[in-house]
Design a protein around this ligand. Structure first.
Ligand code: BTN
Length: 269
């Protein structure tokens, strides 16, 4: 389905003061996170958004590729210049997960939109969107943060190896979705959630929403570290975004996202 994501189509739906007010749209680019790095070097303001119709070098977490075919997905990144310590920046990924889930939930048809800790967006147990946050630090302070969001929108099929893990809005909702509306809605939510985050410089103001849609909450999970895996029971998150779990021997542990991945006992969630 040809449905270009252009400034003219997105801007009428923006309800923001600063987010997306500088909007750069590409028919195709390497990676919108790379475009944000470039735009930041050129002095682009806080809240600048890069959106692409396709990516040739889409990047996922843990060095993975993010498949970014034309016309069927949303590939967008926002430039943030928060005055926070660099070690707080990973929390912005969880804030962006709230924004993405909040935006998609608006069009909910049937199954709820959920979050798999820390930042996979899930519908019906399959991943519909992912978030990759990258930052540059200069002199110990944040120069910029690029929060990149990829959403499978009108994709009709996935390669066999992804079929039980990945889904799209089209496959879940049974109808094509206009990407410009979704982009604008994500930007609207990002501005509001960022402002909530900056009031306390942590996730205190977003924790209740996040935990309300956290697919892992009150479930048995497997914590996967480089050194090995162990079972635990997920209780929620801390206000700094760690997953709070109870280990089999009864100890509580706050698990930091940079060090581990989490899966369900029976599979992906
Ligand atoms: C993940 O692995 O779950 C994160 C995927 C993030 C993909 C988005 S698409 C827009 C931005 N540009 C990229 O190259 N990656 C992010």
């Amino acid at each position: 389905m040809k449905d270009p994501v252009t400034e003219e189509k997105i801007t009428p739906f923006l309800e923001t003061k600063w987010a997306g007010r500088h909007l750069v749209c590409f028919v195709e680019t390497d990676s919108t996170n790379v475009r944000i790095r470039q735009l930041s070097r050129e002095g682009a303001p806080h809240g600048t958004v890069a959106v692409a119709g396709a990516q040739t070098e889409g990047r996922g977490r843990r060095g993975r590729i993010w498949q970014s075919p034309p016309d069927s997905g949303i590939y967008m990144s926002i430039l943030l210049r928060p005055d926070i310590d660099p070690d707080r920046a990973p929390m912005l990924t969880l804030a962006a997960a709230c924004s993405t889930a909040g935006a998609l939930d608006r069009w909910k048809k049937g199954a709820s939109v959920q979050i798999k800790w820390p930042n996979d967006i899930i519908i019906n147990g399959r991943k519909v969107a992912g978030i990759l946050t990258e930052m540059n630090v200069r002199g110990g302070r944040i120069d910029y943060v690029a929060v990149g969001i990829g959403i499978n929108v009108n994709r009709r099929e996935f390669p066999e190896e992804l079929q039980d893990k990945a889904t799209s809005l089209y496959l879940e909702w049974g109808c094509p979705v206009q990407r410009a509306y979704v982009v604008a809605s994500v930007i609207n939510h990002l501005e509001a959630d960022y402002e909530t985050f900056m009031k306390t410089r942590d996730l205190s103001g977003l924790k209740e929403f996040y935990e309300g849609i956290l697919v892992n909450k009150d479930r048995d999970v497997v914590i996967c570290r480089e050194q090995g895996s162990y079972p635990a029971h997920a209780l929620g998150i801390t206000k700094t975004g760690e997953l709070l779990v109870r280990r089999a021997e009864g100890d509580l542990e706050a698990v930091f996202a940079g060090e581990v991945s989490v899966r369900g006992v029976y599979g992906y969630v």
